[in-house]
Design a protein around this ligand. Structure first.
Ligand code: HEM
Length: 460
C-alpha cells in the first residue's frame, strides 16, 4: 500500500526575485497578480510575500474544506493580528473555546426577529440622507464613498447604542477613520513600530482608540449604574442584548473588557464592509439604468412611492436583493482572507504544512469562469432562485462560511436593502466623466480614489 509520503504531490510555487520573493508583484497590483495565478493554476499555488510562504486556494471545494468541513484544524491567519491591535479579543479575532462561548452569547442579538427591531433605525438614518440630498445641486457630483461610510457608521452606532447616544458620540467618525487608516497602513507595511512608541502616527492612533474606548466604557457604565439604581430603561439595541446575554452552562455574563472588544469589532466589521458594498451597488446601478428601473419598479410595487419600509416589506424586495448579491459577487468587500492550519493538513493529494498561511479569495472564486457565465459582467439574474442550484457551494462566499460565517450577514443585507430602496426610489444616479472605477484592495475592496456620482431627483 502506498504511504501518504509516496502519493503526496508538491504544491506548485511561483518563481520570485531573490530575498523579496513575490512581494512587489503582489503589492503592486494584488488583483492582477492573483487573477494571473488563477488562469495558470487549477487548485493550489504558493508564493512568498514578506518572507512568508503562503498557499492560494482556487477551488470552492477547498474553501469548503478549510472553512467548514475541517475548520477545527485551522486558525485565523497572522494578518488578523493587525486588526486585534484595536479589536482586542472580539469575535473576528478570537479562537477556540473562548470564541465559541462569545459567539453563542452574541448570536441571539443577530437573530432575524431581533434585527426587525432595527429596521426603523436604518430607515430614519437613510431618510435624513435623502432629505439632505434633495437640497443638493444636480450638477455637482456627490462623494458616494464618503456618504456611505457616514451612513453605515450612523446606522451601526445607533443599532449598538440606541438613539440617545448620537450626542455622546460627537465627532467619532474622525477617530474611526484614523483607526481604519492606521490598520490599512500596518497591513501594507514591512516595519511595524510598536504602538507605544511616541511617533506622531502612533500618538494620533492611540488618542483615537482612547476616545472611542472611553465613550464605549462610559455607555456601559451608565447602563450598569441605571440597572443598579433600579432605573433601568430597556434599550432595543445590540449592546443591551450583549450585556444581558448569559452563558447557558455557567450563567456567566460578558465582562466590560469583553463587551468593549465585541462592540469595537461590530463597529469595524459592520461599517466599512457595508459602506463599500453600497457604494459599488450605486456605481453599478448608475452604469446600468435598466437595472435601476427594475429596482425602482419593485420598490414602488412593494413599498409604494411614499411608504416606509418595514421588516416584512424589505424581505419582499427580492430583485433588490439580487442586485446586492451580484454587486458583492463582482466586488466582495472581504475580497481575501486567510487561515493557518495548526497541523499538517491533507488536501487531496497535497498537504498544507502546519503554520503556513492559506489564502481564500472570494474575488477570484466569484469570477471563476468554471462556475459563472460571463463572469465580469453585471447580471443580477445570476441570483434568480433557479440559478442558485447550478453552482457548487462556496463558489459565492461574500460573508465567508462554516462556523466563522459573518454574524452580521442578515443585518448587512437588510440594511443594504433599506438604503438602496430609499435612495433609488428618490434619485437617479449618473456616472461622471471618470466612468470606470477600479477596485482598490486593502482590508476591504474600496472604489479606487473614491466614487463620485451625479444624482438627480426622480419625478414621481
Ligand atoms: C456587506 C457587509 C459585510 C461583509 C461583506 C462581511 C464579511 C465578513 C466575512 C467574510 C467574515 C468572515 C471572516 C473570516 O472568516 O475570516 C465576517 C465576519 C464577521 N462579521 Fe461581517 N461582513 C459584513 C457586515 C457585517 C456587519 C453589518 C456586522 C455587524 C453588525 C459584521 C460583523 C462580523 C463579525 C462580528 C464577524 C466575526 C464572526 C466570527 O468569527 O464569529 N459584519 N464578515
Amino acid at each position: 500500500m502506498a504511504t501518504v509520503q509516496q502519493t503526496q504531490r508538491l504544491i506548485p510555487q511561483v518563481k520570485g526575485a531573490p530575498l523579496v520573493g513575490n512581494t512587489f508583484q503582489f503589492i503592486r497590483d494584488p488583483l492582477a497578480f492573483l487573477s494571473r495565478l488563477q488562469q495558470q493554476y487549477d487548485r493550489l499555488v504558493r508564493f512568498t510575500i514578506a518572507n512568508r510562504l503562503v498557499t492560494l486556494t482556487l477551488t470552492p471545494e477547498d474553501a469548503k474544506h478549510i472553512l467548514q468541513e475541517n475548520n477545527k484544524n485551522f486558525v485565523k491567519s497572522d494578518a488578523y493580528k493587525v486588526l486585534s491591535l484595536f479589536l482586542g479579543n472580539g469575535l473576528l479575532n478570537s479562537e477556540g473555546d473562548f470564541w465559541r462561548r462569545q459567539r453563542r452569547l452574541a448570536q441571539p442579538a443577530f437573530h432575524r426577529q431581533r434585527l426587525a427591531l432595527l429596521v426603523d433605525t436604518m430607515v430614519q438614518e437613510t431618510q435624513e440622507l435623502v432629505e439632505r440630498w434633495k437640497q443638493h445641486t444636480t450638477a455637482l457630483p456627490v462623494d458616494i464613498s464618503e456618504e456611505m461610510m457616514k451612513l453605515t457608521l450612523e446606522i451601526v452606532t445607533r443599532s449598538l447604542f440606541s438613539s440617545d447616544v448620537k450626542k455622546h458620540l460627537g465627532n467619532i467618525s474622525k477617530e474611526i477613520t484614523t483607526i481604519i487608516e492606521f490598520a490599512y497602513a500596518e497591513l501594507h507595511s514591512f516595519v511595524h513600530i510598536p504602538t507605544h512608541y511616541p511617533t506622531p502616527r502612533n500618538i494620533r492612533y492611540r488618542r483615537a482608540v482612547e476616545k472611542v474606548e472611553g465613550i464605549i466604557y462610559d455607555i456601559i457604565n451608565q447602563r450598569r449604574a441605571e440597572k443598579a439604581s433600579g432605573n433601568h430603561v430597556r434599550y432595543d439595541d445590540l449592546l443591551e442584548m450583549l450585556m444581558e446575554a448569559r452563558d447557558e452552562e455557567t450563567g456567566d455574563q460578558m465582562t466590560d473588557k469583553q463587551l468593549r472588544d465585541e462592540v469595537t469589532t461590530i463597529f469595524m466589521a459592520g461599517h466599512e464592509t457595508t459602506a463599500n458594498a453600497l457604494a459599488w451597488s450605486l456605481y453599478l446601478l448608475a452604469k446600468h439604468p435598466e437595472v435601476a428601473s427594475k429596482v425602482r419598479e419593485e420598490v414602488h410595487r412593494v413599498i409604494g412611492s411614499e411608504g416606509i419600509p418595514t421588516a416584512e416589506t424589505v424581505r419582499a424586495l427580492s430583485y433588490t436583493l439580487q442586485v446586492i448579491q451580484e454587486t458583492m459577487r463582482l466586488y466582495p468587500p472581504a475580497w481575501l482572507f486567510g487561515r493557518k492550519p495548526v497541523i499538517d493538513e491533507p488536501l487531496g493529494e497535497y498537504v498544507l504544512p502546519a503554520n503556513f498561511g492559506v489564502l481564500i479569495c472570494p474575488y477570484l472564486l466569484h469570477r471563476d469562469p468554471k462556475h459563472w457565465t460571463n463572469p465580469d459582467q453585471f447580471n443580477p439574474d445570476n441570483f434568480l432562485p433557479e440559478r442558485l442550484k447550478e453552482r457548487p457551494a462556496y463558489s459565492y462566499i461574500p460573508f465567508g462560511g462554516g462556523p466563522r460565517l459573518c454574524i452580521g450577514n442578515n443585518f448587512a443585507l437588510m440594511e443594504m436593502q433599506v438604503v438602496l430602496a430609499l435612495l433609488v426610489r428618490t434619485f437617479d444616479f449618473h456616472t461622471t466623466r471618470r466612468n470606470v472605477i477600479e477596485p482598490e484592495p486593502g482590508i476591504t475592496l474600496r472604489p479606487k480614489g473614491g466614487l463620485r456620482l451625479r444624482i438627480s431627483p426622480m419625478s414621481i
